[in-house]
Design a protein around this ligand. Structure first.
Ligand code: NAD
Length: 359
């Protein structure tokens, strides 16, 4: 493949995915297509911006004419689709933004792929003999499409969808559209659904970077409800490596769950963060625990998510490369070394700069 578009490449996960693809595919042009919303930041890719096989194209997936311009310029062989509105709390206050970007934006991309690619009629539900895989639409999704678990059990690739928030419903709709284009038109596709990511470049509205930022600044650490909500956490670089490996090796028509085999209740996670950060900041043990503040619960809050990533491990041999404690330590170190990044994204400085740069 000569040209691969990665959408949402300026965001948290997308920037790590772009780096992984640029470094491992020197003969392929990696096109980072991103609208640079509040969550997109080209500063995340400073270290690779001059690589000969990397280009950035500012385009909004909700605007078909902007996508068409990029498709005509590069005639892409594959699309790795991460661009999305991604924050559940924002989806509760502004669901339409999520429907526009996550549902309509995905449909716009699929329509252009359908138009630009010669789709193969020789398929069963988007599965093709390997030698006929010329193109690929790889859709990145979330485990939140599966809804909430009780105290036991895991999400499998075969678990029925039961999304509970406007965010997860919009992602579920986009997953369905991708499979429908595979089944109906013979679009070669792969979908992967991942658990919560953490790591460098995470926008500080999400739990871990918010708490890191607030522990540094001795501000309250907001925890929903009783703090017993349980999530599986995966280091973002391990997710990016999984995406690259799936892109290269998985059969079309497949779905993979990606997770860290690493469940934490929010309250325990925040206490682990406090333990590591108080030590690094040379504060007395437990010093920052006074910052923990329980806040009113989010409506429709899912109790527990837990991913079973056995299929990915069995089929492709993938497993996380770091333990949670190691990944968290790397993440904290990154935020402590990049306080300026944190200040600039929190103040909106980068967004102001890029809106002038690309206007
Ligand atoms: P993010 O919010 O950090 O980044 C999203 C990126 O998409 C940003 O760069 C933004 O500028 C871009 N974008 C938004 N709207 C756009 C539009 N209309 N046109 C073009 N670009 C647009 O999100 P993230 O956390 O990196 O998540 C990336 C993907 O991974 C999403 O599809 C999300 O659903 C999925 N996912 C995230 C997690 C997680 O824990 N963060 C877990 C599983 C799956």
């Amino acid at each position: 493949m000569k040209n691969i578009i990665i959408t949402g490449g300026a965001g948290f996960i997308g920037s790590h995915v772009v780096r992984e693809f640029v470094k491992n595919n020197p003969d392929t042009t990696i096109i980072n297509l991103d609208a640079l919303t509040y969550a997109g930041n080209l500063e995340n890719l400073k270290d690779i911006e001059n690589e000969p096989n990397y280009v950035f194209e500012k385009a909004d997936i909700t605007k078909p004419e902007e996508l068409r311009r990029v498709f005509e310029k590069y005639n892409p062989d594959a699309v790795v689709h991460l661009a999305a509105e991604s924050h559940v709390d924002r989806s509760i206050t502004d669901p339409m933004a999520f429907i526009n970007t996550n549902v309509n934006g995905t449909a716009n991309l699929l329509n252009l792929c359908k138009e630009f690619w010669t789709l193969n009629p020789d398929h069963t539900h988007g599965r093709f003999p390997d030698e006929k895989r010329n193109n690929l639409f790889y859709h990145i999704s979330t485990d939140e499409v599966y809804g909430s678990l009780g105290e036991t059990g895991f999400f499998l690739e075969t678990t029925s969808y039961d999304p509970q928030s406007p965010y997860s419903a919009s992602k579920a709709a986009s997953d369905h559209l991708v499979r429908a284009y595979g089944n109906t038109y013979g679009m070669p596709f792969i979908v992967s659904n991942c658990s919560n990511n953490y790591g460098p470049n995470h926008f500080p509205e999400k739990l871990i970077p918010l708490c890191i930022s607030n522990i540094i600044n001795e501000k309250p650490l907001p925890i929903y409800g009783d703090g017993k909500y349980t999530r599986d956490w995966l280091f973002v670089i391990d997710h990016a490596k999984a995406i690259h490996q799936i892109f290269k090796e998985a059969k079309t028509g497949e779905t993979y769950n990606i997770g860290g085999f690493n469940e934490w209740q929010n309250i325990d996670l925040v206490k682990e963060l406090i333990k590591q950060m108080d030590a690094k900041l040379e504060r007395p043990e437990g010093y920052s625990e006074k910052l923990i503040t329980f806040v009113k619960d989010r409506p429709g809050h899912d109790k527990r998510y837990a991913i079973d990533a056995t299929k990915l491990n069995k089929d492709l041999g993938w497993k996380p490369s770091v333990t949670f404690e190691e990944g968290l330590a790397k993440t904290i170190d990154w935020y402590l070394e990049n306080k300026e990044w944190l200040e600039n994204v929190t103040s909106g400085n980068y967004q102001d700069y890029y809106s002038k740069q690309y206007s």
